[in-house]
Design a protein around this ligand. Structure first.
Ligand code: MGD
Ligand code: MGD
Ligand code: SF4
Ligand code: MO
Length: 682
């Protein structure tokens, strides 16, 4: 007999799709979209259609493991949980005694996005007084920039895009990362509305849009400024909206005269005529929507770029109209879950010393010579050996014999290969949790559907075990996972407590509900106005800032060929470093590729499909070139994250990305690195 159960996709993806799992004899045999789910009307992605292949993969780690060879050798012996927990807690107790708890660095990121499993480790490490990881790998510059203009104002839920009449898709590879919204844009009722993609290359979603503008990496701020110049020059600004809803425009307006389309053409590589036309089209639309991804925020000037785009979205008064404004920042003005119930900042001793390390500077944190030396690393829900910048240095740190590393994961990741102890983790279908979606206004809960195989344990259960071994007596650590979910549900936020009874029941039983959309003109800043000029910032009045890459390029006058700017784009058949357990997806994805403009390639004597060396002051990788005309000159793109052992030469893209931070939010500058390329000769 086939049984059908509901669940939710746990991955770091803005849709948090609802899943229907079909079980036969207690085993999941099929995974489909949940038709009751408020968002996943358009099916689920290829990766999750065969989720059961990952859940039942023979590559899963099923018992705790202890290192039996050199770090990186992958030689491990199975041990019991008792032995593993005793080994970890004994080591931590002695480190705490000798150097204090701040020598222990917890490292988690976005492996599992459901709230309890993602963040319960914070409570444990707050209780310990451990070092703090500043989790700024994804889009903190974008968040900080949006906030600096709009505060807590909710932006558009993608479902509201049905009311828009013109779309600019700006720095988002929607075919990979927003499949629900992309399918909505292609619905018959939206098909005739104009859609313009602004990306550094014609990404896989470009075939769905009317026009693709390939912009030079890191120069979107110049485009936004030139568009605003045109709006100002041609009297296309909604003065009423500006007067009633914004502050500081008068000062900013005076700066716009110099940002002509011709000036921007020089920066962006886009034709001045096209820039002018885009500005006019944007102004002519009643309810234009800018769908903003994170790509252009991962730069030294990323905060400023996003700030300028948010300001552009205000000038024609689009926000007043249904479907007009900005989509892709934060669609909610309230948080649906009180995260302090899970993270427990109150467990940290108020007067205790706190060391913190920015995730983008993991290489520095792990450096043997670092002053504030990290002596133990506990990794869960993250894979820093593959996902953070300065990969060579990160691996060097992970190899340190005196670094006691514990990795809690479902698979033998490249990070796990350097662990002293590996703990086996569960999948979402083996866990209880609550899921706040970050792309849409939805909230859901999911209960375990199958029993965890072998000795796999969830993050929650693992932290409770570790807490017991460390002697932490708080009731928090004595709850079962189900009791913890009930606790969170029994302490609802205002938004949840206002839900009608039937929705509350769905959350109790497991399922997803739609939450009300924001009132976009309920402006969540102290003054109740959008801040075009913000005196709290170093750059109070927005202006054009060059990226790190542009600065370096301008300072090196000796070059004869155009400098190349290396940019990352998400892969269709992977999610960050996940799904590497799946042969079907690995095959579809193919090897790591560098997409390069044919002219840039030919200037270097490089042909399509040729193996090339991409190098900069940090490292050198070997990668196959793919030539195209549909990329900005001077920009090269690498899609997806690869394991080093999948790459010729044993190095992947993040060997070339640096630790430098963005101008706002201390975020990653993943896309802001220069490289040079030459044909590889053995
Ligand atoms: N299939 C799949 N889905 C995913 C992920 C994945 O790896 N695979 N990752 C998940 C995660 S962690 C996140 S954060 C979200 C991200 O989702 P979004 O925030 O929507 O951003 P991305 O789709 O990553 O798009 C980044 C795009 O920006 C482009 N870009 C880079 N620099 C510039 C620039 O200077 N200007 C412009 N205009 N464009 C630029 C890149 O080429 C890339 O295509 O997606 C999530 N969903
Ligand atoms: N070159 C390049 N680098 C990038 C990006 C890029 O596009 N290109 N994208 C960047 C972005 S946007 C992000 S968000 C980061 C992501 O960086 P990470 O969060 O480090 O990346 P993931 O690959 O998602 O690694 C998550 C790990 O968590 C494990 N995991 C999943 N569920 C659980 C669980 O319930 N418990 C435990 N203990 N483990 C679990 C998975 O098996 C996986 O190994 O990478 C960034 N780095
Ligand atoms: S599209 Fe994103 S949220 Fe939906 S099933 Fe795929 S990975 Fe999960
Ligand atoms: Mo991300």
């Amino acid at each position: 007999m086939i049984e059908v159960k509901k669940s939710i996709c746990p991955y770091d993806c803005p849709s948090s799709c609802g899943l229907l799992l079909e079980l036969e004899d207690g085993k999941i045999i099929r995974v489909k979209r949940d038709p009751d789910h408020p968002v996943s009307r358009n099916g689920i992605c290829r990766k999750m259609q065969d989720y059961q292949k990952s859940i039942y993969s023979d590559k899963r780690i099923l018992t705790p493991l202890k290192r039996n060879g050199k770090k990186g050798s992958g030689d491990y012996l199975p041990i019991s949980w008792e032995e593993a927990v005793a080994c970890i807690s004994d080591r931590w107790k002695s480190i705490i005694k000798e150097t204090g708890p701040e020598a222990i660095l917890p490292f988690s990121y976005s492996g599992v996005m459901s709230d309890i499993q993602c963040d319960c480790g914070d409570a444990f490490f707050n209780r310990m007084g451990a070092a703090i990881l500043v989790k700024a790998l994804c889009c903190p510059a974008k968040e900080a920039a949006y906030q600096s203009v709009a505060g807590n104002t909710g932006c558009l839920d993608p479902r509201e895009l049905n009311d828009s009449d013109f779309y600019i898709i700006w720095g988002s590879n929607m075919a990979a990362t927003r499949i629900q919204a992309l399918a909505d844009l292609n619905k018959p009722s939206n098909r005739r509305k104009r859609k313009v993609l602004i990306n550094t290359y014609a990404d896989p979603s470009s075939k769905h849009f009317d026009e693709t503008l390939c912009i030079k990496a890191g120069t979107d701020g110049a485009l936004a400024l030139a568009m605003m110049h045109v709006l100002e020059r041609e009297g296309l600004i909604d003065e009423d909206f500006i007067n009633n809803y914004t502050e500081g425009f008068d000062i900013f307006r005076k700066t716009l005269f110099s940002y002509t389309p011709e000036w921007a053409q020089d920066k962006t590589g886009l034709d001045a005529g096209i820039i002018r036309r885009l500005a006019r089209e944007y102004a002519a639309a009643k309810a234009p929507a800018i769908i903003l991804g994170s790509g252009n925020s991962r730069y030294g000037n990323g905060g400023m770029t996003v700030r300028l785009i948010v300001i552009l979205s205000l000038l024609t008064g689009a926000w007043k109209q249904a479907g007009g404004g900005l989509c892709g920042c934060t669609p909610i003005d309230t948080s649906y879950v009180n995260m302090n119930l899970i993270r427990r900042p109150d467990f940290r001793q108020p007067e205790a010393k706190v060391s913190s390390f920015n995730i983008n500077q993991t290489a520095h944190a792990l450096a043997a010579e670092a002053d504030e030396r990290v002596r133990s690393l506990y990794v869960y829900g993250a894979n820093p050996a593959n996902t953070v910048s300065c990969q060579d240095e990160v691996i060097k740190g992970l190899k340190r014999e005196d670094l006691f590393t514990v990795v809690h994961d479902r698979f033998m990741t490249e990070t796990a290969m350097y662990a002293d102890i590996i703990l086996p983790a569960t999948f979402s279908v083996e866990q209880h949790d609550i899921y706040r979606c970050y792309g849409y206004c939805t909230l859901g809960t999911a209960l375990p559907i199958v029993k965890a195989p072998g000795e796999c344990k969830s993050n929650w259960d693992t932290f409770c075990l570790l807490a017991r071994a460390m002697g932490y007596e708080e009731d928090y650590f004595k709850r079962t996972e189900k009791e913890m979910l009930d606790w969170v549900l029994n302490h609802p936020t205002e938004a949840v407590s206002k839900l009608p009874e039937d929705k509350q029941q769905i959350l109790k039983k497991g399922g997803s509900v739609s939450m009300p959309f924001s009132d976009h003109l309920k402006i969540g800043t102290a003054s109740g106005r959008f801040r075009i000029v913000n005196d709290e910032l170093k750059e109070a009045v927005p202006r054009y800032l060059p990226s790190y890459g542009e600065q370096e390029e301008l300072s090196d006058k000796t070059k004869t060929t155009r400098t190349l700017h290396l940019v990352a784009s998400p892969g269709l058949y992977s999610l960050n470093s996940e799904f590497r357990d799946r042969e079907d997806l690995i095959k579809k994805r193919g090897p790591q590729i560098l997409i390069i403009h044919s002219i840039d390639a030919r200037e270097r004597g490089i042909e399509d499909g040729q193996l090339v060396e991409a190098f900069n002051q940090q490292s050198r990788i070997l990668i196959k070139a793919r030539l195209t005309e549909r990329i900005a000159r001077g920009t090269v793109v690498c899609e997806g994250i690869y394991r080093r052992d999948e790459c010729p030469g044993g190095k992947a893209m993040n060997a070339l990305t640096s630790w430098r931070l963005s101008d706002m939010g201390e975020g990653t500058t993943l896309n802001d690195n220069l490289v040079e390329i030459r044909a590889f000769r053995e």
